[in-house]
Ligand binder design. Structure first.
Ligand code: FES
Length: 93
């Protein structure tokens, strides 16, 4: 079991037993992330800043990398719809 923490105005924690995207974890935890394109790595509205546990996320794919480059995202930012968590992660929304 591992834990995903989302820091918004409040802190939302989700305990998971299997890999899932940060976007799905946020929905389970009530963190309410935007996801205008439906999780297809096209809009960038689901972007989060990873504060801890980046090593527990999946590698960045080409589609995610392309959108983050367009958005001029910081290195610690990920698209929550594309980043799969397999261990503890803390991110800021
Ligand atoms: S939901 Fe659109 S890029 Fe993630």
């Amino acid at each position: 079991m591992f834990k995903i923490t989302f820091q918004t105005k409040a802190t939302h924690e989700v305990e998971l037993e299997q890999e899932t995207t940060l976007l799905s974890a946020a929905a389970k935890g009530g963190a309410g992330l935007n996801h205008r394109c439906g999780g297809h790595a096209r809009c960038g509205t689901c972007k989060v800043t990873v504060l801890e546990g980046a090593e527990n996320l999946s590698e960045m794919g080409a589609a995610e990398s392309r959108i983050l480059k367009v958005l001029k995202a910081a290195p610690e930012e990920r698209l929550s719809c594309q980043a799969w968590a397999k261990g503890d992660v803390c991110c800021k929304v």
